[in-house]
Design a protein around this ligand. Structure first.
Ligand code: ACO
Length: 349
């Protein structure tokens, strides 16, 4: 049975740097508050019209494909993870297929937010293990800057997020002892509304009754997207930050230990943990809980903010470019986010 290895990796971030002080132009916040609570110093925002979630994904993909020694024509399947797609539908995968002039291959979008990249990697891994595909392009990309409430009203959420993309080529290999060892996926929908963007959507307040009483008489079109929703800022992400924090610091260590235990390994065996860059405080808590040294954990949230589905491939690529991931290393990826969903992957590089 073939296994899968990362044959090429790339990332792309937009040129525009937005510092914490830059955000003060739009909202009542401070560099001290943001750094103390999240660790973030700056993030990138995509060009308003010339860059999209897909175009950034394509830039990252070009690098990953070239580093794999392949061309776009060699790709058998696309898995694209994002919560900020170019269109409500169709997904970004087909836009990548078009932009990169690929063959008429399958394209799948994954909607698992912060865990999206690990879920995408796991899906691609299964396709390779069954022998169905040999070279799968896996992308995580986000253009958050278009969907944030950049006023004081939305500051608890908007200061956290940034734009960017990361991609890998997952490739079939017959070589043993290299590549993805195992992936572990979880969800608990009990808290779906604690970190969510409600609108536009088809929920019609089915889940959150108290929100809009006038909804029952609204024309159907207004229930999908209305001026009232915009007035109430319901077209922006909502986050109960403290609830997310409390759950994240339990589930991150749990899912990392699940991966290690399954493979008879211990935390001390990890050469590099690349956690989803949710918040530096969360990563530091996880590091401490697992007893990991500083050189065993890679963080770049200070530089790029939280880029959701893109954060793990960007961080993994940056770590690899800096020589922090070497052949034979045990790399652990772990994520937690909206859903709630959480996931981990163990890779022998
Ligand atoms: N600048 C200045 N003040 C702010 C800001 C801001 N950007 N945002 C909120 N505040 C104020 C609030 O209004 C509040 O003021 P008050 O005490 O006068 O009412 C005060 O700061 C504290 O607000 P809280 O929301 O309680 O702040 P908290 O300490 O919980 O920190 C944070 C917020 C950073 C979001 C934190 O809850 C957190 O890290 N949660 C984890 C969630 C997370 O990491 N999410 C990332 C996305 S999801 C994911 O990737 C897993």
């Amino acid at each position: 049975m073939p296994t899968s290895k990362i044959a090429g990796i790339g990332y792309y971030v937009p040129q525009q740097i937005v510092t914490n002080n830059d955000l003060k132009k739009y909202m009542d916040t401070s560099d001290e508050w943001i750094q103390e609570r999240t660790g973030i110093k700056e993030r990138r925002y995509a060009h308003r019209t010339e860059e999209t979630t897909t175009t950034m994904g394509v830039e990252a993909a070009k690098i990953a494909i070239e580093r794999a020694g392949l061309t776009a024509q060699d790709i058998d399947f696309i898995v694209f993870a994002t919560l900020s797609p170019d269109y409500y539908f169709p997904g970004c995968g087909v836009l990548v297929q078009r932009a990169m002039q690929m063959k008429e291959i399958g394209a799948l979008d994954i909607r698992n937010q912060c865990s999206g990249f690990v879920y995408a990697l796991s899906v691609a891994d299964q396709f390779i293990k069954t022998g169905m595909y040999k070279n799968i392009l896996v992308i995580g990309s986000e253009k958050h800057s278009f969907g944030l409430d950049l006023t004081t009203r939305g500051r608890n959420v908007s200061v956290i997020f940034g734009d960017g993309a990361g991609a890998v080529v997952l490739q079939a290999t017959e070589k043993t002892g290299q590549g993805i060892i195992s992936t572990h996926l979880h969800s608990d929908g009990q808290s779906a509304e604690l970190l969510a963007m409600y609108n536009p959507g088809t929920h019609a307040n089915h889940w959150v009754k108290e929100e809009v009483a006038s909804f029952s008489n609204a024309p159907i079109g207004d229930m999908f997207m209305s001026n009232e929703m915009i007035d109430k800022a319901q077209n922006f992400p909502f986050m109960d930050g403290q609830a997310v924090f409390k759950k994240a610091i339990i589930k991150f260590p749990e899912v990392i230990m699940e991966a290690l235990t399954k493979n008879n390994l211990a935390a001390s065996d990890i050469d590099l943990l690349v956690p989803h860059q949710a918040n530096l405080r969360i990563s530091q808590y996880v590091q401490q809980k697992l007893g990991l040294r500083d050189d065993q954990v890679f963080n770049n949230i200070q530089q790029f903010g939280n880029t959701t589905a893109a954060s793990i491939p960007i961080a993994l690529c940056q770590a690899w470019e800096e020589g922090k991931v070497k052949n034979g290393d045990l790399v652990c990826l772990a994520a937690f986010g909206s859903g709630f969903t959480w996931a981990s992957a163990l890779i022998r590089w």
